[in-house]
Ligand binder design. Structure first.
Ligand code: HEC
Length: 135
């Protein structure tokens, strides 16, 4: 019974999130270009140029400070599918602000495209749920 409910939930998720079909696929270059401009004005202050992240040694961090992790392939952003990345951008997290009132849905999708442009083809092919079995 439980298994059935989980399968149903997975089906509903797949059907209601058309963007997830793009997970693991190379982004459109024009979307990447628009995403870069949006990244520079909204995200770079924390995630740094080219998404290398904040590298602040533990010893000089204020207690509880959460550094913005790399969005390139050096951290685990690529473990998330497109829709999961979008959810983080929409709603933020502990330190990261929500962008759903600041950016439009297409702009947030352009930011996902830019993020994916920071990954090599090998990493891109392993994006999302596949990352567990792919490497
Ligand atoms: C004020 C700093 C700040 C800004 C601005 C910011 N972020 Fe973040 N981001 C973070 C932090 C810190 C985290 C880690 C989660 C947390 O605790 O907030 C994070 C997490 C993420 C993650 C999850 C990565 C993972 O590996 O799970 C994504 C994706 C992301 N940010 C994308 C963006 C994008 C795109 C923008 C611009 C629209 C942005 N962030 C703007 C600080 C920021």
């Amino acid at each position: 019974m439980n298994r059935l409910i989980i399968i149903n939930a997975a089906l509903i998720l797949t059907i209601s999130t058309p963007g997830s079909a793009e997970t693991g696929k190379a982004p459109d270059p024009t979307a990447v270009e628009r995403g870069l401009a949006l990244f520079e004005s909204n995200c770079q202050q924390c995630h740094q140029a080219e998404g290398v992240g904040e590298n602040i040694p533990l010893g000089i961090r204020s207690p509880g400070f959460i550094p913005a992790m790399p969005l390139n392939e050096n951290s685990h952003a690529w473990h998330h599918g497109d829709e999961q990345l979008l959810q983080t951008i929409r709603h933020g997290n502990k330190r990261m602000p929500a962008f759903d009132k600041v950016l439009s849905e297409p702009q947030m999708r352009d930011l996902v495209a830019y993020t994916k442009s920071l990954w090599s083809p090998r990493i891109l092919a392993c994006q999302g749920p596949k990352h567990m079995s792919c490497m």
